[in-house]
Ligand binder design. Structure first.
Ligand code: DTR
Ligand code: CA
Ligand code: ZN
Ligand code: ZN
Length: 451
């Protein structure tokens, strides 16, 4: 098996922030004030529009797709298996959604066990055709049931992520492709047929393949594939931003549709919430759920129905798919709602004195801030580690970014991730800085929120 080359993705989150066109968004940065002082006249601030922050994937939309798949199974002998009418009906449902959203779709047929199999391929127009980022899920169920977790969950989440790309009119650097595979349950036959159909010249254009097979298990674990390190880190970063521990997927390399891609040297990754293995006590301790019970007790059974889904796991994994798509495709121009908000007005930090604050008034957004809100800080400081940093949300909730003892650096140029999903996005956000030890000097040069 050839080793997957590491991906050459540009990590916007590495501290060197991408800056695209200046946005017309109105952002007012107030002059820094010491706690309680009256703000001076607002100073002009620069706003930049970096690559967009990924949108939240509405769980209700994903569940609506699952309901459709469930109804399709019920109307077609109780399953969506390869070679059965329920599978083709599933393909037709997904294809119709993508066609209506502006994707270029195609059906690839193959023969397996004497029946015609179908792969659905959908391309989002644009992006570099020599850098293809593909996401996929198998759409077939076993013949025993509707296959709502295995793998309606992955299929529905990938579909909704694709629809989110369309809603955002995303213009990523890379070319986005999506695939729904047939006959996975017969031995990865659909994805194998697809990869085998790719000339080597096409295979070399793949920047990566992301696989999602069982991501809503009722007794869920949070597993990340440990294949390509860049893809793995992207998913782990996302969950770290939520404060949720992950484990490496170990139920078996090669047991899903990423295997044919990996076998030809394409970087792969993905997420998994568990199948027939039982959750350990340690896993139940960190993730909740029930130890000693399978992650999915209805694996390959007739009870793999709409009730066989953990909504929290499905929601989190759906959002993680969007995060990975936006991040790994090095999202280009800003779709609605994705910008940086910055204050570049320097603020002197009193030596062992009162806290100072710098404000950014955010307007024009809808809903709450993201679960992975980025706070980038640039401070010149002459002594080690005695600054305390807090992000203060518009409602006054403080999020500790840095404790005085937690930093060995003099200057602080860093990006922190805050789960601000319970905070309204619009309002005046503040960065609060306090120097807690004497005999040094510091200046807050600038700070930035990335939504
Ligand atoms: N083969 C998948 C279920 C499965 C079992 N282990 C893993 C690991 C990673 C992804 C999926 C799976 C199926 O039955 O569809
Ligand atoms: Ca969501
Ligand atoms: Zn299966
Ligand atoms: Zn599966």
């Amino acid at each position: 098996m050839t080793l997957s080359p590491s991906l050459g993705f540009t990590h916007r989150r590495s501290g060197t922030l991408r800056v695209a066109a200046v946005s017309a968004l109105a952002v007012t940065g107030l002059l820094a004030t010491t706690a309680g002082a009256t703000a001076a006249a607002p100073a002009p601030t620069r706003t930049t529009a970096a690559a967009a922050a990924a949108p939240d994937i509405p769980l209700a939309n994903v569940k609506a797709h699952l309901t459709q798949l469930s109804q399709i199974a019920a109307a077609n002998g109780g399953n969506r298996a390869h070679g059965r009418p329920g599978y083709k009906a599933s393909i037709d449902y997904v294809k119709a959604k993508l066609d209506a959203a502006g994707f270029t779709t195609s059906l690839q047929t193959f023969t397996a066990s004497g029946a015609t199999g179908y792969n659905l391929i959908a391309d989002w127009p644009g992006g570099d055709p020599n850098k293809v980022l593909m996401s996929g899920a198998h759409l077939d169920s076993v013949s025993a049931g509707a296959g709502i977790n295995d793998n309606g969950s992955g299929s529905a989440a990938v579909l909704e992520a694709a629809l989110a790309v369309s809603r955002a009119q995303l213009k990523p650097d890379k070319h986005l492709r999506f695939g729904w595979w047939g006959a996975e349950e017969l031995g990865l036959l659909g994805s194998k047929a697809y990869v085998n159909s790719l000339p080597s010249t096409e295979r070399t254009k793949f920047a990566g393949y992301l696989n999602f097979d069982m991501i809503g298990s009722p007794n869920p674990g949070y597993f990340v594939y440990d294949d390509d390190p860049t893809i793995e880190k992207t998913f782990k970063d996302y969950y770290a931003g939520l404060g949720i521990p992950t484990e490496i997927e170990t139920e078996g390399d090669g047991r899903s549709d990423h295997a044919p891609f990996k076998n030809v040297g394409i970087p792969v990754g993905g997420l998994f919430s568990g199948a027939d293995y039982r959750k350990t006590a340690a896993q139940a301790q960190k993730w909740g759920g029930t130890s000693g019970v399978a992650f999915d007790r209805c694996y390959h059974s007739s009870c793999d129905s709409l009730t066989n889904i953990n909504d929290t796991a499905l929601d989190r994994n759906s959002d993680a798919i969007a995060y990975a798509l936006w991040t790994l495709s090095a999202g280009g121009t800003t779709p609605p709602g994705g910008t940086d908000y910055e204050n570049t007005t320097p603020v002197a930090i009193p030596d062992a004195g009162a806290a100072v604050t710098s404000s950014i008034a955010v307007t024009g957004r809808t809903g709450n801030a993201p679960a992975a809100l980025k706070v980038s800080v640039n401070i010149t400081h002459t002594y080690r580690g005695d600054l305390v940093l807090d992000l203060v949300a518009p409602d006054g909730t403080a999020y500790r970014l840095k404790n005085s003892s937690s930093d060995s650096a003099d200057n602080i140029v860093a990006t922190y991730t805050v789960n601000a999903s319970s905070e309204a996005a619009n309002g005046t956000w503040k960065l609060r800085v306090q120097d807690v030890a004497a005999q040094d000097t510091g200046t807050l040069n600038s700070w930035k929120l990335t939504f």
